[in-house]
Design a protein. Structure first.
Length: 255
């Protein structure tokens, strides 16, 4: 999002001309934001992707100074959830596992170096991950812009939705946000949903079951909207959950 470059005129001081001018400026700012979002959706200007050729060989495509057309090679996944649900930590853990798999480092040494401290995501973050030779573009959407999540639904190929099982105060928002997505049926046709129930390391089993029941899960109605729906439990601090999400990301579109 662009910073606030202009300040709304004071009430009582607006003339018809000033009002039209202000409306024009506001409209232009919104158009620029839409254009920037479109550019982000097409990927960075300098990127490296792995794709599968017709002969079955893996090829590396490097672009420098111009945008690479990777829409047919790299899937996009939305990563959304309420504040504190563990989105950033989960993505960081997945990146650590990716680096560990491509180096001689062991998972234990990676765990020791892992820093779980994060700041709430503001706006949109784009992260490229690769697992077992397949790349996925993660688009993390901050909870502060949950009212604008729907703007990114159409371009996504799949969605990971995180729910904090430990914070009962967040359950109501999690319920509303989950079923608000169901009102965009056309956007989800042929796409998959992964619901990740997080923070099982600090929430009791009974509380996890209560959270699942509160969210009305599992719900057959969700299967009428998404192609496949899967629910998993785990802690974003542990390798098991990150590995399970990575496996789901790289295999969900091939089943």
């Amino acid at each position: 999002m662009l910073p606030h470059l202009v300040t709304a005129p004071r009430q009582g001081a607006q003339s018809p001309l000033l009002g039209r001018t202000w409306a024009f400026i506001t409209r232009r700012v919104l158009e620029i934001n839409v254009a920037l979002a479109s550019c982000r959706a097409r990927g960075p200007l300098v990127t490296s992707v792995t794709f599968q050729s017709k002969t079955g060989e893996n090829n590396s495509l490097q672009s420098c100074g111009k945008m690479a057309d990777t829409s047919s090679a790299v899937k996009e996944c939305l990563v959304i959830g309420g504040e504190g649900s563990g989105k950033s930590i989960l993505i960081r853990r997945m990146k650590e596992l990716q680096q560990s798999a491509s180096s001689s480092s062991t998972s234990s040494s990676i765990y020791e170096a892992f820093n779980p401290s994060t700041q709430p995501t503001v706006g949109v973050d784009l992260i490229d991950v690769e697992w077992k030779g397949r790349g996925v573009k993660l688009r993390e959407l901050g909870s502060a812009i949950s009212s604008r999540w729907s703007a990114y639904f159409k371009e996504a190929n799949m969605v990971v939705y995180l729910v904090d099982t430990a914070d009962i105060r967040q359950w109501s928002n999690a319920l509303i946000q989950l079923y608000d997505m169901t009102s965009y049926k056309e956007e989800w046709t042929g796409k998959d949903l992964l619901i990740v129930m997080t923070k099982t390391d600090i929430s009791a089993v009974a509380q996890q079951s209560a959270c699942l029941s509160f969210l009305k899960l599992p719900n057959p109605e969700l299967h009428k909207i998404w192609r496949r729906v899967k629910i998993i439990f785990g802690s974003c601090l542990e390798n098991e959950l990150a590995t399970a999400v990575l496996e789901w990301l790289v295999t969900t579109d091939t089943k």
